[in-house]
Design a protein around this ligand. Structure first.
Ligand code: AMP
Length: 122
């Protein structure tokens, strides 16, 4: 499915420096920053710098260099946040059913408390 990217989304504005962010890590192709409404003691978002709507868009259309950088950046943030020992959760919401609010790929890194089961009952 072809994806249409809205360059007015809030993460595009962060990448252009139009609004501030609390950066945790910046690499050649990725940016990690703290979620403005944290759901856990550690709640960091990792985004690619390229214009990708969701994980599927990224996996289909990003270069190998972008995919490598992004994958490694997520791991590096986990180490920077020291979440490996007690555990953590990665979430990448997509589309309507996934309740994706910001249409630029982001992985949530959540940690620092027991996170409960993966999904609440519908
Ligand atoms: P999602 O529902 O997966 O699209 O999550 C979007 C996330 O972006 C939410 O957890 C928001 O709290 C977060 N968010 C929205 N605006 C900002 C911002 N300006 N800086 C940091 N996080 C943000």
């Amino acid at each position: 499915m072809p994806y249409s990217y809205d360059d007015q989304n809030i993460f595009a504005k962060i990448l252009r420096g139009e609004i501030p962010n609390d950066t945790v890590l910046e690499t050649g192709h990725s940016l990690a920053f703290r979620d403005i409404h944290p759901q856990a003691p550690t709640h960091v978002l990792v985004i690619p710098k390229g214009a990708y709507v969701c994980y599927d868009d990224f996996a289909q259309n990003a270069s190998d260099a972008e995919i490598l950088d992004y994958t490694r950046a997520i791991g590096e943030v986990c180490r920077l946040m020291k979440v490996e020992e007690n555990g953590f959760r990665l979430i990448a919401n997509a589309g309507t059913a996934g309740v994706q609010e910001v249409p630029h790929l982001h992985v949530h890194i959540l940690a620092g408390r027991p996170l409960g089961r993966m999904l609440a009952p519908a």
